[in-house]
Design a protein. Structure first.
Length: 323
């Protein structure tokens, strides 16, 4: 079991984030175990505050199969938090991230594993024939275009959450405690040993997608602002240029180079002042905002494995239920 080994000789933790996936969990478990049962396997379910009985199903799976572990959150924290917890507590040297809804066939993991053997620390699946609504497909294309081409953020082209990552690397990223870990953008900041592999994709057949367009767009803005200064710099420069143009026009009016009333001059001066102030405020909001402390990314209520005190909201021994 060398540190440089691969999943087939060192073991694999399949991290499954789930939020209200009660109808999917047993099917997904059966598929993972039948496709990847040959590995020294751990299945780590992260219940992201489900309210539909998902946790009961996960507890049953853990009772009947000792390869199954779980962590359950105190509320819904979002999929970034869910997979981050899975990455932090994965027990094997490699992590395979699989959604609970079977959109990524578990059999496709073999392609990721084969690619890792060529010496990569992270291998991302790229959907060759994505089975999601057209708006989602266009949204992702726009996201990659803006992120990669306009803002020059290094993102593995087309990369998805279906990925195989060396646990040490995944944990490094989680331990950075970034407000938004943005795994796709953080991996390339830490290593160049990552790649992408084409994989098949299926439509969701049970339950609904848990991520809406409004969440995805604000999440994208977090990437655009958090991983690039280009957007805020462009906004500041545009304000300063507009302010400068206003000032020049106002001065030309005041010195009689341009004809205009005192009112026009005053309006232009006010415009200059407000654009300059806006430019400074935008800039300082970005800088000050980035430095604010945030709450931790997730809190755990219950787990089948030991979890650090910092990741628990309450000390379980102090609860009335256990008294
Ligand atoms: N998920 C989660 N917390 C959330 C939203 C989603 O743990 O707040 C899980 C979800 O149960 C699924 C995976 O993340 O296993 C991907 O979510 P989904 O299938 O809804 O996303 P989509 O495939 O539509 O992008
Ligand atoms: Mg899905």
């Amino acid at each position: 079991m060398s540190a440089s080994g691969h999943p087939d000789d060192t073991g694999l933790t399949v991290v499954v984030p789930c939020y209200n996936e009660v109808d999917n969990l047993e099917h997904s478990y059966a598929e993972i175990v039948s496709e990847l049962g040959e590995f020294d396997l751990e299945l780590l379910y992260v219940d992201d505050g489900s309210t539909d009985g998902s946790l009961d199903v996960i507890r049953r799976l853990a009772d009947s199969d000792n390869r199954v572990q779980y962590i359950s959150f105190t509320r819904n924290f979002g999929f970034e938090a869910a997979f981050s917890a899975g990455y932090r507590y994965a027990g094997k040297p490699w992590i395979l991230h699989v959604d609970a809804d079977q959109q990524f066939p578990a059999a496709e993991a073999h392609k990721l594993i084969a690619a890792a053997k060529a010496g990569y620390d992270a291998v991302f699946g790229v959907r060759t024939n994505r089975q999601d609504p057209v708006l989602r497909r266009w949204g992702t294309a726009a996201f990659h275009f803006i992120g990669r081409k306009l803002l020059r953020i290094e993102l593995p082209p087309g990369a998805t959450a279906f990925r195989l990552v060396r646990t040490e690397l995944a944990r490094r990223i989680v331990d950075l405690e970034l407000g938004t870990p943005y795994f796709l953008a953080t991996v390339p900041r830490l290593t160049s040993r990552y790649t992408t592999v084409p994989v098949a994709h299926r439509a969701r057949t049970r339950g609904k997608s848990k991520v809406g367009m409004s969440f995805l767009s604000s999440h994208a803005v977090e990437l655009f602002v958090g991983f690039s200064r280009r957007l805020s710099t462009a906004a500041s420069v545009a304000c300063l240029l507009a302010g400068g143009a206003g000032l020049v026009t106002a001065l030309a009016g005041a010195t009689g180079l341009l004809s205009g009333s005192a009112l026009t001059v005053t309006v232009l001066l006010l415009l200059t002042a407000s654009l300059t102030a806006t430019a400074l405020v935008v800039r300082s909001l970005v800088v000050v905002g980035a430095g604010q402390p945030r709450p931790r990314q997730f809190y755990v209520r219950e787990a089948s494995i030991p979890v650090s005190a910092a990741d628990r909201l309450l000390d379980p021994s102090s609860s009335l239920e256990s008294a």
